[in-house]
Design a protein around this ligand. Structure first.
Ligand SMILES: [Zn+2]
Length: 426
């Protein structure tokens, strides 16, 4: 075993909720107002010169705005950073032809502002782990003569001890819809397996097969979205039948739908990491989808969002990659993200690049070397080769279709785990 420092976020409840919720409300509303000021500024610039200012430009522009001083300067900066990120995400999708994508909206409900998350960085909070208290700074506009900070008494999960973490980098005040809670973003030292394998695996994330894996030794695996698609269809139909999309019933169904997705992603990432441990994998190579979203010249963008009833957006893939990283690092396995550029067009065997990618029925057929491969597996193998350039071998002829015969793992609703297709009963 070896030690490694990683980032973790711990959730805590606030024990003196009644005393502090009013003050936190004021900060949460202030964050929404600043968001709206920034939102308005961006659309003005956009209308004038067809350009979306980035985070630094936005901050420089709004630093002297009176709303900026409602929060601690680091907290205000964070609001504008989030806004700039949201715009960059939307712009990337739009460029990739996702016409359903909406730009980030204003944070307003009727005449009211919702309570936005407020982030406090190192200068904006003071933690007292002896008495389980944290002081959160207000902005200079909101400081009053009797107090310039909010003193929260927090309670973490019993197994979390903030006095033992390396350092707390950020505190976020988050409105859950019912009350405020605190999220502590910490550097934590963990024990990891000291001796991961040396093999590599490539992972291609997509909309048909959520994940396709190509191992260095030549075998490959597919993880179709069977169960998630059924789930989505079922919940979408039930939600559509609700009279009012804001009703309690619709909200409950939406919660259930997203909880099941989260569960699916957790289970899948755990399963993949277990498979990697079994296979002696030390490096997982994942296609970095954001590089496609941001790369203007690349026309290879995946078509998100409109696949039957499945409204899986790119955030789902980002979220999954995060989970995979988190679980892999516990095993000492590194996750590397590489650009997906050309990975679906090129032949993983001879390297020939063709524009008419994705040949018939999910098979990639190379007219140069006669490779026949599952198209997603071919993509995964190209992704893997970006880190480990030697082609996968199965000890024999690589063009005999081995990549065309991946093993398929399905989510088994009865056991709640992934199993080879042959073993899945439900
Ligand atoms: Zn080829």
């Amino acid at each position: 075993m070896a030690k490694q420092v990683v980032t973790r976020t711990y959730t805590a409840s606030i024990r003196n909720q009644q005393q502090v919720s009013g003050d936190l409300d004021v900060l949460g509303f202030a964050a929404s107002k600043l968001w709206n000021v920034g939102r308005w500024a961006i659309s003005r610039v956009w209308d004038e010169i067809d350009y979306i200012p980035d985070h630094d430009e936005l901050t420089a522009y709004l630093k002297r705005h009176e709303r900026y001083d409602d929060l601690h300067s680091q907290s205000s900066q964070r609001v504008l950073q989030k806004l700039a990120e949201a715009f960059a995400g939307w712009y990337g999708k739009r460029r990739n032809g996702d016409t359903n994508a909406n730009p980030p909206g204003y944070r307003k409900r009727g005449d009211d502002h919702p309570r936005s998350t407020v982030t406090f960085k190192n200068k904006g909070f003071k933690l007292d782990t002896e008495y389980n208290r944290v002081r959160l700074s207000k902005g200079s506009n909101l400081k009053e003569y009797w107090s310039d900070f909010i003193l929260c008494e927090y309670q973490t999960r019993p197994d979390v001890d903030l006095s033992t973490v390396e350092n707390v980098q950020q505190v976020r005040a988050v409105w859950t819809g019912e009350e405020w809670e605190l999220h502590f973003v910490c550097k934590v030292e963990i024990q990891v397996s000291a001796d991961p394998g040396e093999q590599t695996v490539g992972v291609d994330l997509g909309i048909n097969n959520f994940a396709a894996l190509a191992y260095e030794d030549g075998h490959s695996e597919l993880y179709p979205l069977n169960c998630l698609k059924q789930d989505d269809y079922y919940f979408s139909k039930r939600i559509a039948r609700c009279d009012d999309s804001d009703s309690e019933q619709a909200t409950r169904l939406n919660h259930k739908k997203s909880a099941r997705r989260t569960h699916y992603f957790h289970t899948l990432s755990k399963h993949i990491v277990e498979r990697c441990v079994d296979e002696g994998v030390g490096t997982i190579v994942v296609g970095d989808l954001s590089s496609i979203r941001e790369d203007e010249e690349d026309s290879e963008a995946k078509n998100w969002g409109t696949h039957g009833n499945l409204d899986l957006h790119s955030w789902a893939f980002d979220r999954f990659t995060d989970l995979l990283e988190y679980k892999a690092e516990m095993e000492g396995i590194t996750v590397e993200q590489v650009s997906e550029r050309d990975t679906s067009k090129s032949c993983s065997c001879c390297g020939r690049k063709r524009d008419a990618n994705r040949v018939e029925r999910g098979l990639y057929v190379c007219d140069e070397c006669d490779l026949v491969a599952n198209a997603d597996v071919n993509g995964a193998e190209n992704i893997r080769q970006k880190v480990s350039p030697s082609p996968a071998t199965d000890g024999g002829d690589r063009s005999n279709g081995w990549l065309a015969q991946p093993s398929t793992f399905l989510f088994d609703k009865e056991t709640g785990a992934f199993a080879p297709r042959e073993h899945v009963t439900s």
